[in-house]
Design a protein around this ligand. Sequence first.
Ligand code: THU
Length: 133
Amino acid sequence: MSLLDAATLVRENAYVPYSRFKVGAAIRAASGAVYTGVNVENVAYPEGTCAEAGAIAAMCAAGDYRIAEIVVIADSPEPVPCCGGCRQKIAEFAGPEVRVTMATTSGLQKTVTVAELLPGVFTAAHMAAVAEG
Ligand code: THU
């Protein structure tokens, strides 16, 4: 199954009683395994989580920590952009060259690299001075 098909399938399970905006995400890890996630909302709105975060959590729970490719899909007029927080979450587990595909249920797709998704990313290197003591 393609990563897009995996994201499309899992999207149906999104828990979105508040926004009604279902998002599905699928990650292919460096190991080759595929992990999926959906957005999970909460009546206390800020407690909701994004589909990308769910897929990343599933990957880590399986003991996998490197993203090789990620696809996100929603019923959006244009390919749904990952939110700012998810860009940083993806960058934690993916190199700058990793491809992020944003898709719509109507068939539009936009693929960018992690470096394009989050220019100027904050990394551990920015804490080097503290780490060196
Ligand atoms: N959402 C995601 O799951 N991923 C994104 O990249 C954008 C936004 C979710 C969060 C919330 O449940 C709904 O979409 C509306 O913001």
